[in-house]
Design a protein around this ligand. Structure first.
Ligand code: DX5
Ligand code: ZN
Length: 218
């Protein structure tokens, strides 16, 4: 089943609560929250206090994407604030396995995020310890960028790696997803789709979420 995770990065930050309700009422499956620290990525976004306030406006799962150097000391704070799934970047963790264990020990879904240039081989010894793999399809830091075409093949290889290991791991894609590329990306094996500008810039939110789901490979 394809899940659509609107990224709050593209919403009106002066009305965060309403912007979440808008996508929830329009059929969103998850809320994707982009956390940026100004070190790992050249941008700064939101932290645990905002996540905690937003937790009160929806029961949808919070998919927290930590674009943070050394995320380990912040994992508990985001889970306490209401994260249901936490993605840490392989490039940002000195002890990736330890971070993943920490998330799972708190009973939450653990995900590894990979920058476009990072090979899938970094997953070799953690693939059995994750619930989701987040494949960045743009270089992280900003919304509204163009999908990097080579990532379709990366998704395909990741899906085959997961199948070969007989695992049940979701593949999330993040960056530049729209109605023109969703079919090939889901056909390659992605099943959790982050969409920021495509969802929040659309005049009819329910229609765009439905169109993304209809446009996905069944
Ligand atoms: C990029 C973020 C994405 C971004 C996606 O660093 O991780 O989640 O908001 O935005 P769009 O869908 O506009 O590319
Ligand atoms: Zn993201």
């Amino acid at each position: 089943m394809i899940k659509i995770a609107p990224s709050l990065l593209a919403c009106d930050f002066s009305r965060l609560g309403e912007e979440i309700k808008k996508v929830e009422n329009a059929g969103a499956d998850l809320i994707h929250i982009d956390v940026m620290d100004g070190h790992f990525v050249p941008n700064i976004s939101i932290g645990p206090p905002i996540v905690k306030s937003l937790r009160q406006v929806t029961s949808l799962e919070f998919d927290v994407h930590l674009m943070v150097e050394n995320p380990d000391p912040y994992i508990d704070a985001f889970i306490d604030a209401g994260a249901d799934m936490v993605s840490v970047h392989a490039e940002a963790c000195c002890h990736l396995d330890r971070c993943l264990q920490k998330i799972r020990q708190r009973g939450k879904k653990a995900a590894v995020a990979l920058n476009p240039s990072t090979p899938l081989s970094v997953l070799d010894w953690v693939i059995g310890s994750i619930d989701m793999l987040l494949i960045m399809t743009v270089n992280p830091g900003f919304g509204g960028q163009k999908y990097i075409e080579a990532m379709t093949e990366k998704v395909r290889q990741a899906r085959s790696m997961i199948r070969q290991n007989s695992l049940k791991v979701d593949i999330e894609v993040d960056g530049g997803i729209d109605l023109n590329n969703i079919a090939k990306i889901t056909e390659a094996g992605a099943n959790v789709i982050v969409a920021g500008s495509t969802v929040y810039n659309a005049p009819d939110t329910a229609a765009i979420i439905k169109a993304l789901k209809d446009g996905a490979f069944a």
